[in-house]
Design a protein around this ligand. Structure first.
Ligand SMILES: Nc1ncnc2c1ncn2[C@@H]1O[C@H](COP(=O)(O)OP(=O)(O)OP(=O)(O)O)[C@@H](O)[C@H]1O
Ligand SMILES: [Mg+2]
Length: 253
């Protein structure tokens, strides 16, 4: 299992500091929910863990994020290896303009387009990842159809399959069910639950009930600070900080 250790992390957009001196060791394996009011820095924290923040202009990151002991922000650190190890599932699905099959094969080839000759080699892999994402039964007869034709719930599972196809060790998921209908939410949650055996899943959610259903461990952020973190049972049943208590009582959202 991959070990993540965040040390004195500061993140600022321009002159606006949004994460201030965050120290945290993330438990290996299982589902770690990241909770907190809107704007508190959940997405920023998630993106700091595979350097997706690099894509923003004018962002400053200080401190370190050690993944298996190596600082991902150290000069010369291997970005491609990092992105392979730490996958990202976004809030909204973004199918690539290609077939269902090729969307997943694209992940497996790590961002290279599959060729026709690859098809025999990739189809077993594609099936395996579509199964893991809970989508196989619905698409097995139309693998060559454009991915854009899938429902949003199916597209979100396709995004998950594509992320899994890279064979990451850690999955970062930013409110992965927020665009979905209740049935799709249940299906996607079931897949995350199944993944918790083999992966560390960091799940940002603003749905408390979802965190209660899924989380093994909870991180609570407030205004860029880590206020409280611990095993889900302790966090929900015996929160210590008044801000956590207020959040859990629905007094701040
Ligand atoms: N690209 C950006 N440029 C400037 N400011 C940003 C940028 N992205 C986020 N911010 C600001 O940083 C703060 C933290 O944002 P972030 O998206 O991490 O919060 P969040 O907890 O994910 O919120 P939400 O629950 O609404 O998704 C907010 O004040 C936000 O406005
Ligand atoms: Mg967010």
């Amino acid at each position: 299992m991959t070990h993540i250790h965040i040390k004195n992390l500061h993140v600022a957009y321009g002159s606006h500091t949004v994460i201030e001196g965050l120290d945290l060791e993330i438990p290996d394996g299982g589902i770690v929910a990241i909770l907190g009011p809107s704007g508190c820095g959940k997405t920023t924290l998630l993106k700091s863990l595979n350097r997706l923040l690099d894509l923003h202009e004018d962002v400053t990151v200080r401190g370190s994020v050690l993944i298996d002991g190596e600082d991902i922000y150290a000069p010369g650190s291997d970005l491609l290896a990092l992105r392979k190890k730490v996958g990202f599932v976004a809030q909204r699905p973004f199918p690539l303009p290609m077939s269902i099959h090729d969307n997943v094969a694209f992940g497996a080839r790590l961002h290279e387009l599959p060729t026709v000759a690859d098809r025999a080699a990739t189809s077993g892999t594609v099936e395996r990842h579509l199964r893991r994402a809970g989508l196989w039964e619905e698409v097995k007869h139309r693998l060559d159809a454009p991915a854009k034709g899938l429902s949003i719930g199916q597209q979100q599972r396709l995004s998950l399959a594509r992320a899994l196809a890279v064979e990451p060790e850690v999955i970062l998921a930013d409110e992965p069910t927020s665009a979905l209908d209740p049935l799709s939410v249940r299906i996607v949650e079931a897949q995350f639950r199944a993944l918790r055996q083999d992966y560390t899943v960091l799940l940002v959610t603003h749905i408390l009930r979802q965190a209660r259903r899924l989380a093994d461990y909870v991180i609570f952020l407030y205004d860029g600070h880590l206020v409280e973190h611990g095993p889900a049972e302790t966090f929900f049943n015996a929160p210590v900080d008044p801000r956590t208590q207020a959040y859990l009582h629905g007094e701040i959202s």
